[in-house]
Design a binder for this molecule. Structure first.
Ligand code: 0A1
Ligand code: ZN
Length: 876
């Protein structure tokens, strides 16, 4: 066990490692409960490290069997071994080989960190600190070594044996039922990128020819019988490999690239060098079992992990404070890939929706932290929306500021300078500064200051002078540990839309504004736009050029105008969303919704606009979620009032636009066989949005339409949306449809997850009891992270009225699950607990109940460091 109350670790305390590992030879003898691990470390004193330092290796719950130095067994006082540390106070020389034998029990490993079993296969997860659960090692990302791994196992139990890099040898172990494989990875890497897999797996194979002519063998390993479901993932992999060559000049660097899909995994996937391990949710898809969102998720995650090969693996992180160096950049890269493969504006809208839902809420609550934190107690809790999604926004802003060519020059220099190294955010920013000659010191505040900046903008039109003055004020709100902030450098993309709906020229003091981006760098600043013929409507923060909360003096009429005419599709979307959001806020605050005509008119125009694609329409017309309304209200939130306001607005829109939705529903019907491409998915999204609005009154006709679609669907998107519509209504069709769905997909865990989620999301008082029953269902298991997330996670994160029940039963239930789960899988438990991060914005009764539940957790003895850290910070 690790220290239950770990000390805070500070970025400012970073010191280079005292010892380096030139190479490491690992030998695994796999066994369900007693796997023997022999490690031979070629240790060398680091000339840049602390003088005369002992050798101190990390461990976590290890059992030491044997130690040897340069082949000679060690004994007694020459070393000190605890489960968590191995210390050689007096190393024999400045370079020597240390041989360590440990025993580990993969079957008992329910944390899913280190070596564990999933569906009776063996697999590993080492990021961030899992390798120390396998063997003693300097388990920090700035110790890079060349790994050779021999894996041996019973051949019948584990016919497949995989490791990092290239396969160099394999064979039978004479006279036994065992066999072995030796894998060699020529690229020095930190221990968190180590992986091995052993088990009974089926393989789908393909190949890829890199642009310099290297033939790469591609393999995706899945459970037997699921081979046909991995085709889309393989296709996404090949497209990712090509894209990275074209967009970033990055080629793959080994002869083999393998992916293994496992069903028990704490996160989405892992970029181990040459051997990615995936949550099978991000690999397996067929039209019958996967939604369009699943397909795009697979494409995005496959790309993400593949892109890590350069941004994360070839250039890794010096320490875990630099996590955003690989994650923010790699998310940016996967977003760009999906934008190129699909529709750029629609991808941007989806990404910003997700950013606001997850990251803006994080930034506004007690768990707020900088993109690059400066202190942590438990690094597992920093795989956050801020590090990933805001980290990607920062890279995107860099590109906006430097332009396409400047950005590429900076990336090229970064790769050239730091290939093979463990780098920092300073190294990254310096590459762009040096490649373009720009001073980026103010920009770098984006990495250091937490909190979402508020940009307050107002305009003044001078008809006589033909000028429009934009007054901009910025403020970054206080966040934990950061009471005061400095002004940020904010790239604000904008346009001035004339009365004819077209962009007017954008010039400051008669000098055209390059790329339509002005730079806000001061607390208060004015921009005087010249040479205008008529009063413009400003279209601000186009394409969401900066992750800020924008407060403007635009009227509802201005927004209706922008929703109809803005040349920037993101801002067309944003204008209509803002109209709805303001109405919902008023509705939730006062109990009565303002007049809906403007919104209905704007929505009608969007539906009828033949120049817009269906996916865009579906995004524009999907009302802001309850979470977004709550976040905008920011305090004294009553989730029932938010729900009621939203329901009233949905009813008003559904009724007023019934004809238009009915027409759209028919017009968007499939014209051919299922295809997961973006345009077909967009048509399904718009059709399903129409279905939802058509059923919003719960009319017999609406329910019948949903039931008919549920029964006739030839793909999961159509089937599950119809089922979602049915489950949100208190109708007899609901239980029958849920049962039919269960019977049909009983044997398909990933689909049963959707079944759990739909029931967890029902906004009705019976839901909590239903969930408690479902936890006893044979298909449910606390040991499987996907199951936990699909039921309890979905409840806490996406059912605000029931999770925040006024009687406190929702809060109590979730914290009880957290406490039970903590003994099994602390990482998943901590993530679940983090759904309390918005509790301070609730009205007093619910706030008190959430606080009580959190205190109960915080006061429980024997908590994992993961859960203790979240509880403490959430209570702040
Ligand atoms: N590097 C992975 C994320 C990841 C982090 C921790 C894990 O284990 C607990 C697993 C995956 C990524 O960004 O995809
Ligand atoms: Zn990543």
């Amino acid at each position: 066990m690790r220290d239950a109350e770990p000390k805070a670790i500070h970025l400012s305390d970073y010191r280079p490692p005292a010892w380096l590992v030139d190479k490491v030879d690992l030998d695994f003898s796999l066994h369900p409960s007693q796997t023997r691990v022999t490690s031979k470390l070629s240790l060398r004193r680091n000339p840049a490290g602390a003088l005369g330092a002992p050798v101190v290796l990390d461990g976590d719950g290890l059992t030491l069997v044997r130690l040897a130095i340069d082949g000679k067994p060690m004994a007694g006082p020459s070393f000190e071994a605890t489960p968590d540390r191995l210390t050689l106070a007096h190393p024999p020389a400045d370079a020597f080989v240390l041989e360590i034998e440990t025993l580990v029990d993969p079957t008992a490993n329910t944390q899913l960190m280190g070596l564990y079993r999933t569906s009776s296969n063996y697999c590993t997860q080492c990021e961030p600190e899992g390798f120390r659960r396998i063997t003693y090692y300097p388990d920090r990302p700035d110790v890079l070594s060349v790994f050779t791994t021999r894996v041996e196992a019973d051949e019948a139990e584990s016919p497949v044996l995989l490791g990092n890099g290239n396969l160099v040898e394999s064979g039978k172990v004479d006279g036994t039922s065992r066999h072995y494989a030796v894998w060699h990875d020529p690229w020095p890497k930190p221990s968190y990128l180590f992986a091995l897999v052993g088990g009974r797996l089926a393989k789908i194979s393909d190949s890829f020819l890199t642009r310099s002519g290297r033939e790469v063998e591609l393999g995706i390993y899945v459970e037997h019988g699921k081979e046909a479901r991995a085709g889309y993932a393989m296709d996404a992999l090949k497209r990712s490999m090509r894209w990275d060559e074209e967009a970033f000049g990055r080629e793959y660097d080994l002869d083999v690239f393998n992916i293994v899909a496992v069903s028990d995994f704490n996160m989405g996937a892992m970029e181990n060098k040459g051997l990615n391990v995936f949550n099978d949710k991000y690999v397996l898809a067929t039209p019958e079992t996967a939604t369009d969102a699943d397909y795009s998720g697979i494409e995005g995650v496959i790309a993400h992990e593949y892109f890590h090969n350069w941004t994360g693996n070839r250039i890794t992180c010096r320490d875990w404070f630099q996590l955003c160096l690989k994650e923010g950049l790699t998310v940016f890269r996967d977003q760009e890939f999906s934008s190129d493969e699909r529709s750029r504006p629609v991808k941007r809208i989806a990404d910003v929706r997700a950013l606001k839902a997850a990251q803006f809420t994080e930034d506004q609550g007690p768990l707020a932290h900088p993109v690059r934190p400066e202190t942590y107690r438990e690094i597992n809790n920093f795989y956050t929306a801020t590090v990933y999604e805001k980290g990607a926004e920062v890279v995107r802003m860099l590109k906006t500021l430097l332009g396409e060519a400047g950005f590429r020059a900076g990336m090229d220099l970064y790769f050239e300078r730091h290939d093979g190294e463990a780098a920092t955010i300073e190294d990254f920013v310096a590459s762009f500064a040096d490649a373009t000659g720009r001073d980026l010191s103010q920009f770098a505040l984006w990495y250091a200051q937490s909190g979402t900046p508020v940009l307050t903008v107002s305009g003044a039109w001078d008809a006589e002078a033909g000028t429009y003055r934009l007054d901009v004020a910025q403020e970054v709100p206080p966040t934990p540990g950061q009471p005061t902030k400095k002004p940020m450098l904010i790239p604000l993309a904008l346009g001035l839309v004339g009365p004819d709906g077209r962009d007017q020229p954008l010039a400051l003091g008669n000098v055209p504004v390059e790329n339509g981006v002005v730079e806000v760098s001061e607390a208060r600043q004015s921009f005087l736009f010249t040479g205008l013929d008529a009063r413009p409507v400003p279209s601000l923060n186009r394409g969401f050029s900066a992750p800020v909360n924008l407060v403007s003096d635009l009227t509802e009429a201005d927004r209706v105008f922008l929703a109809a005419h803005d040349a920037d599709p993101f801002n067309r979307f944003d204008a209509i969303q803002r109209i709805a959001l303001e109405m919902l806020k008023t509705g939730a605050r006062t109990g009565s919704l303002p007049a809906t005509e403007a919104l209905v008119t704007a929505a009608r125009a969007i539906l009828a606009d033949t120049t817009l694609d269906a996916a865009f329409k579906a995004q524009a017309l999907a009302l802001p979620g309850e979470g977004e309304v709550a976040r905008e209200l920011a305090k004294d939130v009553d989730p029932d009032a938010v729900f009621a306001a939203r329901k009233t607005l949905r009813l008003a829109m559904g009724t007023a636009l019934e004809g238009a939705f009915a027409t759209t529903y028919s017009a968007m019907a499939a014209t051919g066989p299922f295809s997961p491409d973006a345009s077909s998915a967009g048509r399904r999204a718009l059709r399903n949005l129409s279905l939802d609005f058509l059923a919003v009154t719960g009319s017999a006709e609406g329910i019948a339409r949903a039931k008919a679609q549920f029964e006739a669907a030839d793909n999961m998107t159509d089937r599950i949306t119809a089922l979602a519509v049915l489950t949100q209504h208190e109708v007899p069709e609901r239980e029958a449809a849920l049962q039919a769905f269960y019977d049909r997909f009983e044997r398909d865990a990933l689909v049963i997850d959707k079944w759990f989620t739909l029931q967890a999301q029902i906004a009705a008082p019976g839901t909590l009891d239903r969930i408690k029953d479902l936890m006893l269902h044979p298909a449910f298991s606390l040991g499987n992270p996907n199951r936990v997330r699909s039921l309890v996670g979905a409840f806490a994160a996406t059912n605000p009225t029931q999770f925040n029940r006024a009687d406190g039963a929702g809060h109590e239930f979730v914290t009880d699950v957290v406490l039970t789960l903590d003994g099994k899988n602390p990482q998943v438990a901590a993530r679940l607990l983090a759904s309390f991060k918005t509790f301070r914005q609730l009205e007093p009764v619910r706030r008190a109940s959430a606080e009580r539940a959190l205190r109960k957790v915080a006061e429980t003895p024997g908590l994992s460091p993961d859960v203790a850290d979240i509880a403490t910070r959430a209570l702040g």
